[in-house]
Design a binder for this molecule. Structure first.
Ligand code: KG4
Ligand code: ZN
Length: 330
């Protein structure tokens, strides 16, 4: 691990973010969210996202530099998310990063967005390798055996919707605003999680997930119950259906791989019920759980800088790397 001063830019979806880190220390992590913009359409509109990134990128960069208390010239390298994501959105961050690198004559490192989430846990002291990482966001639901930074073994994933999508689509059916995961968690606080029986997806010994059946069941529940629907209990039951399956699979996999640490990363890792339930269930099997602070779970540039900090020797003055909407990890 190095103590280089890293400037990172993340614009893969609907958050414009710029961070400055030194080693695993975060000097600044500014996130400008477009959630209020996209709420009117009930989801991210790619064209609008790209345009909003263009407007936000320079003020976000200026604020990050000022929060970090550094001059741009002091930066040692520039990291940027170049894959996967909305190509127009990614291009704004990549173009800004390349322009900066060119003007300041600094080397660059393109970073995979999912690797950023996986390595967001580097801020936590005492992180052990190997560990099982549950990466859960709006686009991902993955179980990964992390041997070392850069060495990932993919062991399971969703066969349809991501966990974040399951939260967001269910929230929408309950009449909650986009993106919905956090709103559903708040509505669930006063509900009874055992009130409604909802499906848990794939049965048996599997490391994969399926959430499309849950969405259909929630749709039917909302239609059948109509005015009678106990919305807080519906939210609590949905949250439990998603959390139960995430926790069960992760803990079982850690046990079968004889791994003593699991991490949970990505936007859904900020869900309080998931954080509590994972710690409780894993704890019963003597497995420790590491989940980054909530501001490092949802999309942010600090996680991109942390990922870059593990391979600074690969930084290069070659600015010809591409921006790719879909790309496997590694
Ligand atoms: O990692 P992220 O910010 O963006 C992607 O890379 O997708 O994850 C966003 C997802 C959304 O689906 C959002 O609803 C969900 O994370 N999310 C939550 C919570 N906070 C964010 N889901 C459940 N509970 C939360 N508290
Ligand atoms: Zn993400």
């Amino acid at each position: 691990m190095t103590e280089k001063l890293i400037l990172a830019i993340e614009t893969s979806c609907d958050e414009t973010s710029v961070a400055v880190t030194k080693g695993t220390g975060i000097l600044a992590n500014v996130v400008s969210s477009q959630a209020n913009l996209h709420r009117q359409w009930g989801g991210v509109v790619p064209e609008a996202a790209a345009r909003a990134h263009v407007e936000a990128i320079l003020p976000t960069l200026q604020l990050a530099i000022s929060n970090a208390g550094i001059a741009l010239e002091e930066v040692d390298l520039i990291a940027v998310t170049n894959r996967p994501g909305l190509v127009g959105a990614l291009s704004v961050g990549v173009s800004a990063a390349k322009a900066l690198a060119f003007a300041l004559r600094k080397p660059m490192l393109p970073v995979h967005h999912l690797e950023g989430h996986i390595l967001s846990v580097l801020v936590e002291p005492g992180l052990a390798f190997p560990h099982i990482c549950l990466a859960v966001s709006g686009g991902h639901t993955e179980l990964i055996l992390v041997h070392q930074p850069g060495h990932y073994e993919h062991l399971g994933s969703t066969i349809d919707d991501a966990a974040g999508e399951a939260f967001d689509k269910s929230a929408r059916l309950l009449g909650l605003p986009y993106p919905g995961g956090f709103e559903l968690q708040e509505l669930a606080r006063t509900g009874d999680p055992l009130r409604y029986q909802l499906p848990r997806g794939l049965k048996g010994d599997t490391t994969n997930f399926s959430f499309s059946g849950l969405k259909t069941a929630v749709m039917r529940l909302v239609q059948d119950e109509g005015e009678r629907l106990d919305r807080p209990s519906a939210a609590a039951s949905i949250q439990k259906a998603i959390v139960d399956v995430l926790v069960d699979r992760t803990v079982s996999l850690a046990e079968s791989k004889r791994v003593t640490t699991v991490t949970v990363v990505g936007g859904v890792a900020s869900n309080e019920s998931l954080r509590v339930s994972m710690a409780h269930e894993a704890g019963r099997s003597g497995i420790s759980v590491i989940i980054p602070p909530k501001e490092l779970c949802t999309d942010n540039a600090a996680m991109i800088a942390l990922a870059a900090s593990t391979r600074v020797s690969e930084a290069s003055f070659d600015l010809s790397f591409e921006t790719t909407p879909s790309a496997p990890l590694g």
